[in-house]
Structures are given as structure tokens and as C-alpha cells.
Design a protein around this ligand. Structure first.
Ligand code: PHE
Length: 451
């Protein structure tokens, strides 16, 4: 018997667990600021409704219908066709992502340790900055942390869908929400926090160009784990009498909510300390420890507690995402290659660990090794989030809109006509999946390339 998630709550927590991750905590706030504040958020919302939600539903339809991982799903619905390449692509992409994602996950382990040992206490902003560069460019520390992070991920996945993934997500996700809300309240209470709120909310439409629109689309795909088969694989564990529209919309809602809360947790703190919002992972690791330490000057306990909570939040959010990436490959090896779960995970651990080590070293000794003009870490990140995810998402909607019959899609969305609300929504959803989303992705891609 194939395993399934135990309840609707479990499905939403597991899917939201995959969606909510580093993308929400550091990528979203930074892109919002850079892309014109509220102007970016509006484009992001449009991308969410017209592009991401239809892809999420398309992946859910394929997964739940076939009750298989990505590769098996293509073999079942389009046997002996070129679609098997989409199955294979979506097995490989999340494995590339998990390799570099696990390096950043590893950094959060080191920073959690640093927070526990009060290492940020009396540092200046410069020394916090160099603490990050020194650590990330060294050899053994980051590799050890990457190994621990990936090891934890794999241990949870070996535990299985119910005993591992579901259990972990059901406990950790509500805690995660509580943690990020606490940090947001603390952040908003800091003197000077209004500037951060303004940064997030002030619409500056002059910043909206083809690049910003493409980055809003890319962020929306990355944040919801789309186009790489993770949602498809999780949906294959949803019971036949569950409502896949409710779980899809629930996931999208929690992911958006978490991104907004994270923005209001990170940016006010950054501005309160008078630091210019930097880019990418640096913002979180190079500036926030200083802010927490400085804010707690009067009370070292507050500073220690807040920084521990913050890095714990990043770690847990990253773990629930990385398990979904390893699960895609695991489903493939178990279902298509008849491996046991333990053996499948061990094989994946070795492969992703090795690529991750190279990505980690690309901050230090391998810094000079460039692919297409960027380091290996940046190459893996750009290749997957800028191209492969959108390409996978495009193909999934084309598959559901044009390859599957309309009747079989309707049956899956409405549970054979028994869900009346979904039956009413179906014509709109189908129109989005068949025309709006694929055309939208292609147009954004082309304009981004041409302009
Ligand atoms: N959605 C995750 C995040 O926001 C990243 C992710 C991408 C997870 C692809 C699974 C697959 O961090």
C-alpha cells in the first residue's frame, strides 16, 4: 500500500512546509525593497493568481491522479512519449536545488550555535560582516554544517511520508508561525521601525520594468516550490476524497502570509539599526546578528533569545523545504528502481552532498572556478530558479491543458463531480491552466530576454 497523508491539516502543513523556506525569509523582503515596495507586491500577487496557483493545481491534478512521483506520473499518463523527459527533469532539478540550499541551511546551524554561545554580543557591524565572510569562505566548518543539515533532512525522509515528513511538518509549522510572529512584533517595536514598513509598502512604480516582473514571477515559483515536481509528489500522497483545491489555495495563502510577516520582521530591524538593506543571504547573516545584539544592549538576555529564535526559525523553515526536495528523488528511486527507502535516500545523500561540498567551496578555495561567468553556487541557483522552474511549470500546465482530456482533469478537480464548489470553479481554472498561464510565462520570458 502506498502511503498517504493522514488529514487535510497534514497535507497543508507538509505542502506549506515545502513552500515556506529561505525564499520567504531572505529573498522576498529583499526583492520587495528592490522592486518598488508595494508595486512589487502587486505584481507578485498577479503572478501568484494567474501563474503560480494554476501551476500548483496542474501539479496537484497530475500527482493525485496517478498516485506516482513525477517520472512515474508521466509514464502512466503519456507512456512511451517524450514527456518522460519532463519527469526526469523534475527529478533532477530539486536535487540541484537541495545541494546549494543545504549549504545555506548549514550556515543557519552555525549561526544558531553562535547565537547560543553569545558570539554576537560585543561585535561591531564590520566584525559581524567579516564573521560571515570568514566562515562561509573557510573549508571545514561550512562543510561540516552542510553535512549535518543534509543528514537531518535525509533522516526525516527515511522516516517515511507519515512517520517522517507529516509528523515533522505538523509539529514544526505551527511553531514556525509563532516564532516569526514573535520576531515581527519585536522588530516592529524597535525605534525607527516605520522606515522598514515604509520600504515594504511604499509603491514606487518607476521601478517596474521587464526584469522586475520576471523576478516577481521567478520568486513566486521559487516560493511555492513550483515546476520541480515537489508539489506533484506531495499531491500523490493526498487521499482520493480530499479537496485538492482547498489544499492548494491553503498552501498559497500560508506561503504569502509568511512572506509578508517575514518582510515585516526583517526590514524594520534592518532600518532601525540604520543599515542599508543588502542583498541575498548576506542580509540575514551579515546584518541581523548585529541588530539583535545592539538592540539587546540593555538586556543581553533579550538579544540572545531573539537571535536564537531567529536562526532556529530559518533552520526549521529550510528543513521542511529540503525534505520535499529529497522526497522527489526518493519517490523516483523507490517506485521506478525498486530501491528500499533507506537505500534510495543514501544514494541521494551521497550525490547531493558532493555537489553541495563544491557549492560550499565556491565561497572559498573554488571561488575562481566559474561557469557562465558566475561561481558554482550562483550557477546552480540561477539555473534552477531563473530557468528550470519556469520551464517545468510551463510544461506542467501544457500537459494538463493540452495533453490530458478535459474530462479527466475535471474529474480530478471535482472528485468525480462530488465537489460542487469546485465544479463551479472548474471552467475558470481550466481556462487559466490551458491559456493564461502558459502564454503568460512565455511572454514574460521573451520580454525579459529582449529588453
Ligand atoms: N519554496 C522553498 C523556499 O521558499 C524552496 C523550494 C524550491 C522548495 C523548490 C522545494 C522545491 O525556500
Amino acid at each position: 500500500m502506498r502511503e498517504t497523508f493522514g488529514s487535510r491539516f497534514a497535507v497543508i502543513m507538509a505542502m506549506a512546509g515545502s513552500a515556506i523556506g529561505l525564499g520567504n525569509i531572505w529573498r522576498f523582503p529583499y526583492l520587495v525593497g528592490e522592486g518598488g515596495g508595494a508595486a512589487f507586491i502587486i505584481v507578485y500577487l498577479i503572478a501568484l493568481v494567474f501563474l503560480s496557483i494554476p501551476i500548483l493545481i496542474a501539479e496537484s491534478v497530475i500527482g493525485r491522479k496517478t498516485q506516482s512521483g513525477t517520472f512515474g506520473a508521466m509514464e502512466k499518463l503519456a507512456p512511451g512519449t517524450k514527456w518522460k523527459w519532463l519527469g526526469l527533469l523534475t527529478v533532477i532539478t530539486p536535487l540541484i536545488i537541495v545541494s546549494y540550499y543545504s549549504v545555506v541551511g548549514g550556515w543557519s546551524i552555525d549561526y544558531l550555535f553562535k547565537a547560543c554561545t553569545l558570539s554576537f554580543r560585543s561585535s561591531s557591524i564590520d566584525s559581524i560582516g567579516s564573521m560571515f565572510t570568514d566562515f562561509s569562505s573557510s573549508v571545514w566548518g561550512p562543510i561540516l554544517c552542510h553535512t549535518i543539515f543534509l543528514g537531518l533532512t535525509c533522516l526525516i525522509v527515511v522516516g517515511g511520508v507519515k512517520g517522517g515528513i507529516e509528523k515533522f511538518a505538523k509539529i514544526s509549522m505551527p511553531i514556525l508561525f509563532l516564532l516569526i510572529v514573535l520576531i515581527m512584533i519585536y522588530s516592529l517595536s524597535l525605534p525607527g521601525a516605520e522606515k522598514g514598513v515604509e520600504y515594504m509598502l511604499k509603491p514606487d512604480f518607476s521601478k517596474l520594468d521587464g526584469k522586475t516582473i520576471a523576478s516577481a514571477m521567478g520568486q513566486s515559483f521559487f516560493s511555492l516550490s513550483l515546476g520541480v515536481g515537489t508539489i506533484l509528489t506531495y499531491a500523490s500522497y493526498i487521499k482520493k476524497d480530499e479537496n485538492i483545491i482547498t489544499s492548494g489555495l491553503g498552501t498559497a495563502f500560508f506561503d504569502l502570509l509568511f512572506a509578508l510577516i517575514a518582510g515585516f520582521a526583517v526590514m524594520p530591524a534592518v532600518f532601525a539599526a540604520g543599515i542599508a538593506p543588502g542583498a541575498g543571504p548576506g542580509l540575514v547573516f551579515e546584518t541581523l546578528p548585529y541588530i539583535f545584539a545592539k538592540m539587546g544592549a540593555g538586556s543581553p538576555v533579550v538579544s540572545a533569545v531573539v537571535s536564537i529564535l531567529f536562526f532556529l526559525t530559518i533552520l526549521v523553515a529550510a528543513l521542511t523545504s529540503s525534505i520535499s526536495m529529497i522526497e522527489v528523488g526518493t519517490a523516483y528511486l523507490v517506485e521506478e528502481k525498486n530501491m528500499t527507502r533507506g537505500k534510495a535516500v543514501a544514494v541521494l545523500f551521497i550525490g547531493t552532498w558532493a555537489l553541495g561540498v563544491l557549492c560550499s567551496l565556491s565561497f572559498g578555495p573554488l571561488n575562481g572556478l566559474h561557469l557562465a561567468g558566475v561561481t558554482l553556487f550562483e550557477f546552480c541557483d540561477k539555473l534552477t530558479s531563473n530557468y528550470l522552474m519556469a520551464f517545468g511549470g510551463l510544461l506542467f500546465t501544457i500537459f494538463v491543458g493540452w495533453k490530458m482530456t478535459k474530462k479527466s482533469v475535471r474529474d480530478e478537480i471535482t472528485n468525480d463531480g462530488t465537489l460542487k464548489g469546485n465544479s463551479r470553479l472548474f471552467p475558470l481554472l481550466y481556462f487559466l491552466i490551458k491559456y493564461v498561464t502558459p502564454i503568460g510565462i512565455v511572454v514574460i520570458f521573451i520580454t525579459n530576454f529582449l529588453i
